[in-house]
Design a protein around this ligand. Structure first.
Ligand code: PMP
Length: 428
């Protein structure tokens, strides 16, 4: 029995399902999870001492790779001065300024400790600002595990094939309207049916949580037009895409200005963080500026803020996103070519350094199409990659993420492993 297997057995005795977040359990791909001892650059090293090229990257925060020396130095320096004060610090102000510089739609921003808190709080503000209760989300989008948002959700909910979660009061779930992503007609119908009842539309502008699904041309523009016309607040959930697909996220890439934006992951450089922000007139409803209550013991935590500030400094250096685009394009092209050579139907969706190889033959533009992918084939692909030292996300419905620490050699190695894995799929 390997060390990871031993640890998982012990974990199962004390932690539900052996994990602190569901997708980590490898349920969708079979086998026991690998326990990680440490990370370095593009690699993680398991409890057994085996190295893997990592494409999970802690599900997005690690755009600089594991243990980036400059950030670790800064976190260590700050930690020596204390880990939390529950009081104001200069660094929080600087992080808010850096976020507002990159996201012109954000005039004021509040830090939280997770993406879940950010989206939950953004909804609360939107409801307060509009005096309306209903919200609209898209099938397969995941916005954290707050009650209102666990309806037709992606990510682990999709991975485990769960229906909407028990424990969410029906009365609350009924306030969440869901429609397919990228479906303009459904969007127009929803506004027709609920015209002056929708407080907010929340969307992952590039979906990461049903696998990577980019918006069809014009879809986000239509969303902006309809929300503005109906006094509905448009929330871009950029927890994954913020500072990843461009410094200014999807709103920079597609040229759309949402009313509110949620962030997380990269802005905390791998420490717990989230943020929500937007127009001053809306954000000034948040306590103590206004009456909408939201708080957090560890919000704006000094270590998370230090890691975030250093990360945002590094991603702002010239050429950062060009390098990321170069290696990501190489990986995307390599996977498409090897799948073609092996005769395996594969649809590759990629926006910048987030990508998904769907085991499907047609385009994947919504959750229905994503669910048509051959998850059994994906599971075998995943295991074959793992055997070859590649740690791919353990679900068909998640994105692979690259970091600045990934090299062209890493990608070459990955494509070679994928080529073998796909050939094995065809033979067995
Ligand atoms: N929104 C999106 C788009 C996410 O991908 C996630 C998490 N993967 C969340 C919100 C929730 O963030 P957290 O896990 O930090 O609560």
């Amino acid at each position: 029995m390997s060390k990871s297997q031993q640890l998982f057995e012990q974990a199962l005795a004390r932690i539900p399902g052996g994990v602190n977040s569901p997708v980590r359990a490898f349920r969708a791909v079979g086998g026991d999870p690998v326990f990680i001892e440490r990370g370095e650059g593009s690699q993680i090293i398991s409890a057994e001492g085996r190295s893997y090229i990592d494409y999970v990257m802690s599900w997005g925060p690690l755009i600089l790779g594991h243990a980036p020396p400059e950030a670790i130095e800064e976190i260590t320096r700050v930690a020596r001065g204390g880990t939390s004060f529950g009081a104001c610090t200069e660094a929080e102000v600087r992080l808010a300024e850096r976020i507002a510089e990159a996201f012109p739609s954000i005039e004021r921003v509040r830090l939280t400790s997770s993406g879940t808190e950010a989206t939950m709080s953004a909804l609360r503000v939107a409801r307060a600002a509009t005096g309306r209760d209903k919200i609209l989300k898209f099938d397969g989008c995941y916005h954290g595990h707050a009650d209102s948002l666990l309806v037709k959700a992606g990510s682990g909910v999709a991975t485990l094939g769960l229906p909407d979660s028990p424990g969410v009061p029906r009365a609350l779930a009924e306030l969440t309207i869901t429609i397919p992503f990228n479906d303009l007609a459904a969007l127009e119908q929803a506004f027709e049916a609920h015209r002056d009842e929708l407080a907010a539309v929340i969307v992952e502008p590039v979906v990461g949580n049903m696998g990577c699904v980019p918006p069809r041309p014009g879809f986000l523009q239509a969303l902006r037009r309809l929300t503005a016309a109906h006094g509905t607040i448009l929330i871009f959930d950029e927890v994954i895409t913020g500072f990843r697909i461009a410094r200014g996220g999807a709103q920079e890439l597609y040229g759309i200005k949402p009313d509110l934006t949620t962030l997380g992951k990269i802005i905390g450089g791998g420490l717990p963080v989230g943020a929500y922000g937007g127009k001053a007139e809306v954000m000034d409803l948040v306590a103590p500026a206004g009456p909408v209550y939201q708080a957090g013991t560890l919000s704006g935590n000094p270590l998370a803020v230090a890691a975030g500030l250093k990360t945002l400094e590094i991603v702002s250096r010239p050429g950062f996103y060009e390098h990321l685009e170069g290696i990501s394009a190489q990986l995307g092209t390599g996977l498409v070519r090897t799948a073609h050579d092996a005769g395996v139907p594969l649809t590759l969706n990629r926006v910048g350094s987030m990508l998904t190889a769907f085991f499907a033959s047609g385009p994947v533009e919504d959750y229905t199409a994503a669910r048509r992918a051959d998850t059994a084939k994906f599971a075998r692909f995943f295991r074959a990659l793992l055997d070859r030292g590649i740690y791919w996300p353990p679900s068909q419905f998640e994105c692979a993420m690259l970091s600045a620490a990934h090299s062209y050699e890493d990608v070459e190695c990955t494509v070679a492993a994928a080529s073998e894995a796909l050939r094995i799929l065809q033979e067995t």
